[in-house]
Design a protein around this ligand. Structure first.
Ligand code: HEM
Length: 134
């Protein structure tokens, strides 16, 4: 069932568009917030629909490098999301401060997010392949 993979790639393309059109706030903010929500809910969906007991425990995948790399990247992505939302709120409240530093941080973190998210999707696809081979 590769559906979630194609869906994740589609959301990545949408994210690239929102990255490019960052000045169009009415597009940038809802798209980025939706992608973040998608990334938070995807693990819940996968936990509910996959046989993790068999895959991780009985087949021992929990000790594999691929699973840990995927897991570590997801945690990295969540941390970057939290910091990104923090700088975003700062930019949305610009009355009493200079937002230059916030913008610079938001942009740099944004590039980190694009990289981390691409790696999450790629490592997820590799794990999916491993399951298909069984
Ligand atoms: C809910 C999450 C987010 C919110 C609320 C948000 C909000 C904003 C706001 C208000 C701006 C300023 C727009 C303007 O120029 O008027 C901005 C700029 C920007 N955002 Fe976001 N953003 C979010 C997530 C992201 C993510 C995930 C990325 C990257 C993957 C990103 C990349 C950028 C970039 C590159 C800019 C331009 C910064 C600059 O001025 O150089 N944002 N964002």
């Amino acid at each position: 069932m590769a559906g979630p993979f194609y869906f994740a790639v589609a959301t990545y393309i949408l994210m690239l568009a929102a990255f490019y059109w960052h000045r169009v706030r009415l597009f940038h903010i809802p798209v980025m917030a939706s992608v973040m929500l998608f990334d938070l809910l995807m693990p819940v969906y996968l936990v509910l629909t996959r046989d993790w007991q068999r895959r991780l425990l009985e087949e021992g995948d929990i000790l594999s490098f691929g699973v840990w790399m995927h897991f570590g990247l997801i945690i990295t992505l969540y941390v970057l999301y939290a910091i990104q939302v923090h700088t975003a709120f700062g930019m949305l409240r610009p009355q009493d401060r200079d937002t230059t530093a916030l913008r610079r941080d938001h942009r740099a973190q944004g590039m980190g997010i694009l990289l981390a998210r691409a790696l999450v999707i790629i490592t997820g696809a590799v794990l999916f392949e491993a399951e298909a081979d069984l």
